[in-house]
Design a protein around this ligand. Structure first.
Ligand SMILES: [Zn+2]
Length: 327
């Protein structure tokens, strides 16, 4: 229940941010729920653009439907969740990435999942009285991600405003990584090999989507270059290996940003500001470069990028080319 407590604490900090919902609730907690989904969508959108922009160059790919799913039971207060959102089923679409596969298929926020790839999305009405949990939505996300990574179309049963719909989703392959908002206020981000995590506090801290793209691209780069298994496989000198992977993530990040139409200069402005504000912390660790060094490396990489040929305004990042060449 620790997570739920953290969630309640975190939503209290969000404040009332207007969202795209057309039914503004009067309750501050319901508004905070909407603000959280607005962040989820912002991260999902930036992540989707980064993944799509370099799709042709990534060895590690998966298929992203471009939706944010949520479960009414992930919210501490079920009644307020229903005031904040439309749930046509207990697990429903919270938001859609504009122009993404799910949006192009005509799905709408509020549409509910009844089945995914032949299995019924579990729902027990008697469980409504139980304590809030994110277990069901986490399990479902994992199942969908696994099936998407197998590279075949997935059949969904969807409850829409106009009745039941059978839908086959077959999203194109894009660079790997799923994205999720960690509700803590601490400014932090991470990558676990498959997913990219950005805290709510860091999303509040970035100036714009270009700066958010700098953070997400750095973390995604760790996943795309298989840094985690590389660090785990290193027998000795882990500090040196981690430092090398940090430099690679910085270098690749600006190419991913440029290929997705984000301004790579935002990586410099973000790391400068964040580095100065953070002072010591992780920047003093032997596994990480000092921020001044990172900024100099980013400048070098942006210069290198501007000198390399672009097709369709996109460039093959040298680190991804080297990764593709590996067995
Ligand atoms: Zn890193």
């Amino acid at each position: 229940m620790k997570l739920i407590a953290a969630f309640v604490a975190a939503i209290a900090l969000f404040g009332a941010v207007a969202t795209t919902r057309n039914r503004p609730p009067d309750d501050p907690i319901a508004l905070a729920y909407q603000a959280l989904i607005a962040k989820d969508l912002r991260l999902a959108t930036v992540g989707y653009h980064l993944a799509q922009g370099s799709a042709a160059y990534c060895r590690n790919t998966w298929r992203n439907p471009g939706w944010v799913l949520h479960d009414e039971r992930q919210y501490p207060d079920l009644a307020l969740a229903h005031r904040a959102f439309t749930f046509r089923k207990p697990v429903s679409i919270a938001a859609l990435v504009t122009g993404g596969p799910a949006a192009r298929a005509g799905l709408q926020p509020g549409d509910g999942l009844t089945a995914a790839d032949g299995s019924v999305v579990w729902y027990d009405p008697a469980a409504k009285d139980q304590r809030p949990t994110s277990g069901r939505i986490d399990g479902l996300r994992e199942t969908i991600a696994m099936r998407l990574s197998e590279g075949r179309p997935i059949r969904f049963g969807i409850a829409t405003a106009n009745g039941h719909r059978d839908l086959i989703l077959d999203p194109p392959a894009v660079c790997a990584s799923d994205f999720w908002v960690d509700v803590r206020s601490k400014r932090d981000a991470g990558a676990d090999g498959k997913r990219v995590r950005v805290t709510s506090g860091l999303i509040d801290y970035v100036r714009d989507d270009d700066e958010l793209a700098a953070v997400v691209a750095h973390e995604m780069a760790h996943n795309l270059l298989d840094h985690r298994p590389r660090i785990e496989a290193s027998k000795s000198g882990k500090t040196k290996v981690i430092k090398a992977t940090e430099a690679e993530a910085d270098r690749l990040s600006v190419w991913l940003m440029a290929n997705a139409g984000y301004d790579p200069e935002a990586a410099i402005s973000f790391w400068q500001r964040y580095g100065k504000a953070t002072g010591l912390g992780i920047f003093s660790a032997p596994t990480h470069y000092r921020w001044q060094t990172r900024v100099a490396m980013l400048r070098e990489e942006i210069d290198l990028m501007s000198r390399s040929p672009a097709g369709d305004d996109r460039r093959d990042p040298p680190l991804l080319a080297a990764h593709r060449a590996k067995q």
